[in-house]
Design a protein. Structure first.
Length: 323
């Protein structure tokens, strides 16, 4: 019993560690790839979203294959039984999938125009939206510390957003991040609800998500970038860096699925606060597209403090209360 508990704690921290790495590297490479001055057309972010979804499906099929003891016939049967024969279960994922696709496209909009540090801190508002959706959709009860941390979080983000004299903040980019937070909170909780209500494996669920994500993503490509697509093709402007961004984004979906499996949606928030610190340092020293003001610094400290306070769980004396 104790060994199992230790194992799951280790898995929890391992998946969080990978998440910190994935979040930081994704934001920085995405930012770098969108601002790099290059000859020829820049890659279309809408196509990058689609490729990431397809890679995610491929990875999940391989994971189901591994779970099927590497037997192709078993794999075929599992996919057939779990996806084709349960159309209603599969359709349930159209909603979060559509939202995730929209959110992934919004991230590119935001990062084409905001530096990585400001983006990362502002994006933490998703802890607030996730918490509110958890309360309303999963009937989660939040403690005093958690409500307090949400207030601190909002204050911190407000400070980070404080326009400095040197930068007139572009409303469009900031609203892209705010919408992203709202969608991310809803889709994350909805997905958690589905995962907890059914017996289907998290990988099968991700194949279903990826399937709808690719369809919605392709629709996005043709609606927004149809003209450029016909001119220069689907893979215009792709280079090594683009592929790294795409792979990191595909990996993100899987890492998050593992974190939800071994930890929960909220713990995901903490990994991100470490990621904020790393992004800020790298943004300042390496990308050199960001100089933190004291107001930004104060706001970031508040956001990071809030994320840790959110996870603080004072051990009740006497009988342990079951959550």
């Amino acid at each position: 019993e104790e060994k199992n508990q230790e194992m799951s704690t280790n898995l929890k921290y391992l998946s969080l560690g990978i998440l910190v790495f994935q979040t930081t590297s994704l934001v920085l490479t995405m930012r770098y790839s969108r601002t790099l001055k290059e000859e020829g057309p820049r890659y279309l972010s809408s196509t990058a979203v689609v490729i990431a979804e397809l890679l995610k499906i491929l990875a999940c099929v391989l994971l189901v294959y591994k779970d099927s003891k590497c037997n192709l016939r078993t794999l075929n049967r599992v996919l057939h039984d779990e996806i084709l024969n349960k159309p209603m279960e599969t359709l349930k994922l159209a909603i979060p999938s559509g939202i995730y696709t929209l959110q992934n496209n919004l991230l590119y909009v935001a990062l084409s125009n905001l530096d990585a540090a400001t983006y990362q801190v502002t994006y933490q508002l998703k802890i607030l939206t996730t918490a509110l959706f958890s309360v309303s959709m999963l009937s989660k009860k939040l403690g005093v510390y958690q409500w307090l941390s949400l207030v601190i979080l909002m204050t911190g983000v407000a400070f980070v957003q404080w326009p400095s004299d040197s930068q007139a903040t572009a409303a469009k980019e900031h609203s892209a991040v705010f919408f992203s937070c709202f969608f991310c909170g809803f889709a994350g909780v909805y997905f958690e609800k589905i995962l907890k209500e059914t017996k289907q494996s998290v990988w099968i669920r991700n194949i279903q998500l990826g399937f709808f994500g690719s369809i919605f993503g392709l629709m996005g490509v043709y609606i927004y970038d149809g003209e450029q697509l016909s001119k220069n093709g689907f893979f215009q402007g792709y280079n090594k860096l683009t592929w790294i961004v795409v792979v990191l984004q595909a990996l993100g979906g899987l890492v998050i699925a593992a974190v939800i499996k071994y930890a929960d949606n909220i713990l995901k928030g903490f990994a991100t606060s470490l990621s904020i610190i790393l992004s800020t340092l790298i943004s300042y020293f390496w990308l050199q597209d960001f100089v933190p003001t004291s107001v930004f610094f104060f706001g970031a400290v508040l956001v990071i403090a809030a994320t840790f306070l959110y996870g603080y769980d004072p051990k009740p004396a006497g009988n342990p209360v079951k959550a």
